[in-house]
Design a protein around this ligand. Structure first.
Ligand SMILES: [Zn+2]
Length: 287
């Protein structure tokens, strides 16, 4: 059945026998991967990239699917592995939906830069800055090099013209160090990361607290992604910003380390009733 899809001729293959599909794929066109347009904003070095990525996600969170891919562009990261994040179908996929994620990562990185200078350690902290790009092509098969046959798995979760987010792929053992609800990884003998969360609160005069810290540790740095920020007004940094209650949740379980023992702490810390420590991220709308 030939239909117009998003203004382009597209062949829907529902009902086409598998042997014909296989013939199409072997002889009559070209395979294509998911591809974005060039990123809307530059990365921290001023370079722009686009990405191609696999048709199936390697992991899925509460709001998003994550795919493995590669960056392309003239900057030094061209050819690097990346992670492309796509909102789940039930959530909107506009560029503004990504601005909170980008703002959270940039704020966390700006605080980490100051922390690295203020608190010398053998390792520094670095938060990945996401780039946002619009989808150009979806994975599938180009029959006769003209008609799009979308990949069935990909077609259910990646949509034309939606905005997606690209981040560097972190190689190494991925670990979650703390959550945004007071949970601290019990298997983690790391004193710098909890101290960073405490420091962000003390340094900002109680305005911000960066937590939900996850990523990989290498010889001289922690490469981190997907942080949450509690701010003095819950929700400013998205659904994971639990505001002053989130800050209380952090301090109710926090044990100071050698890096933060001299910092100011809030008085009369009580565990908030509505927030329970757990490894997953707690979202404001679930409270
Ligand atoms: Zn502390």
């Amino acid at each position: 059945m030939l239909v117009l899809f998003n203004g382009q001729p597209s062949l829907l293959t529902v009902g086409i026998p598998w042997f014909l599909r296989s013939l199409f794929k072997n002889e009559m066109g070209a395979e294509q991967s998911n591809e974005t347009y060039m990123s809307t904003w530059s990365d921290e070095s001023g370079d722009q990239y686009w990405a191609d990525f696999e048709s199936k996600p390697f992991s899925s969170g509460a709001f998003r699917h994550a795919f493995k891919g590669h960056l392309h562009g003239r900057g030094p990261r061209g050819g690097d592995q990346c992670v492309v994040k796509v909102f789940k179908r039930e959530y909107a996929k506009h560029i503004t939906d990504w601005t909170v994620d980008v703002a959270t990562s940039k704020k966390a990185q700006s605080l980490a830069t100051k922390f690295n200078e203020a608190v010398p350690s053998t390792r520094s902290l670095k938060f990945m800055t996401p780039m946002v790009a619009k989808m150009e092509k979806r994975a599938g098969f180009k029959l006769l090099w003209i008609f799009d046959i979308p990949d069935e798995d990909s077609a259910k979760i990646v949509f034309p013209n939606e905005y997606v987010c690209m981040e560097p792929f972190l190689t190494g053992t991925y670990q979650k160090f703390n959550a945004n609800n007071g949970w601290v990884n019990p298997n983690m003998n790391v004193s710098l990361i909890p101290a960073f969360s405490h420091w962000t609160w003390a340094h900002s005069g109680g305005k911000y607290l960066v937590c939900d810290i996850q990523g990989v540790r290498d010889d001289d740095e922690y490469l981190l992604t997907d942080p949450a920020i509690h701010s003095d007004e819950a929700g400013t940094y998205g659904n994971a910003d639990l505001g002053p209650e989130g800050m209380e949740a952090f301090f109710s379980t926090h044990k100071c380390t050698e890096f933060c023992k001299n910092l100011h702490k809030p008085r009369n810390i009580r565990r908030p009733r509505r927030i329970r420590p757990s490894p997953g991220t707690t979202y404001g709308f679930t409270l």
